[in-house]
Design a protein around this ligand. Structure first.
Ligand code: AMP
Length: 201
């Protein structure tokens, strides 16, 4: 199966989840966050335990586990009729998170645009994540050491993913703007992609 996809790219705390949820409410778009998929697992399941083992230290879950979970979730969504790959677009939030995942996903997704939420101020993102921990109960957001480690993982493993794609696909948006302004820029970038797909189908 080949899925038409938009990648939501950016450091932890840059606003990918917020923007992804809003775009996911637009008809024809399906928001999938790999972090949310992991958190929705039964904590006592094998994958749930693997997730906790890595996420609690601010590390990436192994690639085979991550890509396997994403693939089976997409297949279930198609089987349930909630998602039609011929008409709909997946907003992928949080994957690929390293160069190997980009390679593994190449067979599965056709990347139409990469929304790169660029945030210059790391301390501000750390504060954002610490505040989110109070409301979400996320263990990996509660500990500043773990958050800082996630930022390092992002810089070392995730940032190089951008170089795997044609630079014309990348739309860089300043993440330190109001949520609604970022959203308007995200929507502007998505309109041509959606219209082109509508003409094809
Ligand atoms: P997030 O909600 O996107 O911040 O993800 C929370 C945690 O889930 C990460 O710190 C990783 O441990 C794990 N995770 C989410 N997406 C991925 C991915 N694509 N590859 C590996 N681990 C991931």
């Amino acid at each position: 199966m080949n899925y038409q996809a938009i990648l939501l790219f950016g450091a932890p705390g840059s606003g990918k989840g917020t923007q992804g949820q809003m775009v996911g409410r637009i008809p024809g778009f399906l928001h999938i966050s790999t972090g949310d998929l992991f958190r929705s697992l039964d904590k006592d399941s094998e994958t749930g335990r693997i997730f906790a083992q890595y996420a609690n230290k601010g590390l990436l879950v192994p690639d085979d586990v991550t890509v396997g979970l994403l693939k089976s979730h997409l297949e279930k969504t198609v089987c349930s009729g909630a998602f039609d790959p011929k008409k709909h677009i997946v907003i992928l939030d949080g994957a690929p998170r390293n160069v190997n995942q980009a390679r593994l996903l190449k067979e599965m997704i056709d990347v139409r645009k990469i929304i790169y939420l660029k945030a210059a101020n790391v301390d501000r993102m750390v504060e954002r994540l610490k505040n989110r921990a109070l409301s979400s109960g996320r263990v990996d957001d509660a500990d500043e050491q773990v958050i800082r480690h996630r930022m390092t993982v992002y810089a070392n493993e995730t940032a190089p993913v951008l170089a795997c794609y044609d630079k014309d696909l990348i739309c860089c948006i300043e993440a330190d703007q109001s949520i609604i302004r970022v959203f308007s820029e995200v929507v502007n970038a998505l309109v041509p992609v959606k219209e082109a797909l509508e003409q094809q189908s």
